[in-house]
Design a protein around this ligand. Structure first.
Ligand SMILES: [Fe+2]
Ligand SMILES: [Fe+2]
Length: 194
């Protein structure tokens, strides 16, 4: 049976991948004749990614999952270093993207291409990051971590907060924001027409 912590990571990756795919679709589609709802949803998506995964998901990986794996699998050090670097620069990258989106919204077409290029780059970066975790890190963790490692990890993940820092406990405001995005965004994440 899969460990609870692995299941939580998979679930969060799936939710995030759906959000990123929807974001890519919206960037490709463009605002059309309805810029207002378009920019509203894009802004909400980027804000969500900035708030929830950047703070809660990456923190769990970097502070809880990666350290025991580092200790038991020196051969993974380079990959874990790279993923930690991704986590460290992810927040700045999504903030930059939010700024580029505002520039397009407030200053107009001349700033559109810069946002589109940065958005594609960010989406590729993020999906590749999760692919590496799914295909390399999680399978290795299942092989190499001990029963005690799993007990500690599952307990920490179950509360979905980081017991090392005591920061960022699970908060229902994120679920409400996610639902609001889903109501207004196109598939696969949403039920809106986009
Ligand atoms: Fe990650
Ligand atoms: Fe992840």
């Amino acid at each position: 049976m899969a460990h609870a912590s692995i299941r939580i990571i998979h679930d969060e990756h799936a939710a995030l991948a759906a959000m990123l795919q929807s974001l890519r679709m919206m960037v490709q589609r463009g605002p059309g004749n309805e810029p207002e709802p378009y920019f509203d949803v894009l802004r909400a998506m980027l804000f969500y990614i900035d708030e929830f995964p950047e703070r809660l998901h990456h923190t769990k990986e970097t502070e809880l999952l990666f350290p025991p794996l580092r200790a038991r699998a020196p051969q993974l050090r380079e990959t874990l270093d790279r993923l930690d670097q991704d986590h460290a620069r992810g927040e700045a990258a999504v903030r930059e993207l939010q700024h580029l989106l505002l520039a397009w919204e407030l200053l107009g077409e001349s700033r559109r291409a810069a946002f589109e290029v940065a958005a594609q780059r960010y989406l590729d970066f993020y999906l590749e990051h999760m692919r590496l975790e799914e295909t390399v890190i999680l399978p290795e963790a299942e092989k190499l971590l001990t029963a005690e490692d799993w007990q500690a990890l599952d307990a920490a993940f179950a509360s979905n907060c980081d017991p090392l820092t005591g920061k960022y406990p699970r908060d229902p405001v994120y679920d409400r924001l996610y639902t609001r995005i889903v109501m207004r965004a196109p598939a696969p994440i949403g039920v809106g027409a986009g």
